[in-house]
Design a binder for this molecule. Sequence first.
Ligand SMILES: *Cc1c(COP(=O)(O)O)cnc(C)c1O
Ligand SMILES: [Zn+2]
Length: 447
Amino acid sequence: MPYNASFQCFRGCQNKFPLTEIIYECPDCGGLLQVRHDMSELQKRSGQEWRQLFDGRYMTTKWPYGSSVWGKKEMVCPEVEDENVVSMYEGGSNLFWAERLGREIGIDDLWVKQCGNSHTGSFKDLGMTVLVSMVKQMIAEGQSIPAVACASTGDTSAALAAYCAAAGMQAVVFLPKDKVSTAQLVQPMANGALVLSLDTDFDGCMTLVQEVCHKENIYLANSMNSLRVEGQKTISVELLQQFDWEVPDWIVIPGGNLGNVSALGKGFRELKEMEIVDRLPRILVGQSAGANPLYQSYLHGFDTFEPVQARETLANAIQIGDPVSREKAIQALKVFGGIVEETSEQELSDAAARADRTGLFTCPHTGVAFAALFKLLERGEVKSDDRVVVISTAHGLKFTEFKVNYHRSELLEFGVEPQLPNMPLELPATYDAVRDALFGALEKCEG
Ligand SMILES: *Cc1c(COP(=O)(O)O)cnc(C)c1O
Ligand SMILES: [Zn+2]
């Protein structure tokens, strides 16, 4: 491929490193790196030609281009040879028309991008395929990389473990003890990762994994590794493909470490530079009130950013007080007319339940996004004729404890009194009992 990319300082220091180098921070200023593509090379094709190329590959069986990430390889990671791609056919997730929920809340054109309908059940697969493929490429080129490690609130470790298992590499995952769901814990166990359950929170795991990677030549898979952003940014491209390249008005996304909103922003900006689209959507980020440093910063016009001590939240994947991608996220929000909103445990739980009542099966983080959207709609900032896309970040089945406890009214420690509980009825196995229950339910339905 004539295309090429390199790591460059996100803050603009004049340095460049090959993507095969093990480096996560700018050696001059200590800031994050980002992958910069040779835009002049990418601009040699017209927007129309790119759209046709991407559409022609989408969801085909042609290895590896049928993967919606690798179908955009030229603008994602041209350096990896096809034979080193580690893919499980990421992307191509359903764009759900939330017609009934939209009608209930007063938006005609509400959509949910189901990024959790994927191999490990969250959007983390999109970035992990790029990172693990790059490691495979580096090993093929003779580098010694004994293992790949990450700190995780659950979903990153599941994705890392699966991709490493597929490629035959050792994954090491650092998890905060008792702070991830059973499903999230069992995934890396099943995939043969070394699972470290540590007596700290995510931020504590993050500090430790960085030290271990730095000293022991282990490859770090957290989103400070900007390769993951390249895979995740394909969410922008894919949802445009699904809308026949029409740009929606709003994208709503939950934010924790803020890699995903950074990726979304990078994707759209590059699409505009490549003249694939001519305008940008607005972005709304939802945070849990217990872990809301971006929201606090937003209230101060992004002039300052203070990390917070993250409180326990049901949205455990975004329980992060010191997000690594904050500068990237803030830059994106400034360009995209971004808004940040916070949501309480009550709001996120009821929002998830309300969405479920219309056929979805919503994880708590997507609940945060919905709750944030409901607030902006109420304030009139999102209009009823806007086209709105909510990014659903994980599959609800990874969070069954959250859901069961909601319906059982057992989330009191989070201050949640469920507005939409629905418990099974325990009945004697008789015709009369069943009939009474049935008519009771139908009456409630009509009334
Ligand atoms: C990782 C994750 C998030 C947060 O994404 P960031 O890039 O950390 O902001 C949200 N929801 C789910 C389900 C996740 O796994
Ligand atoms: Zn720098």
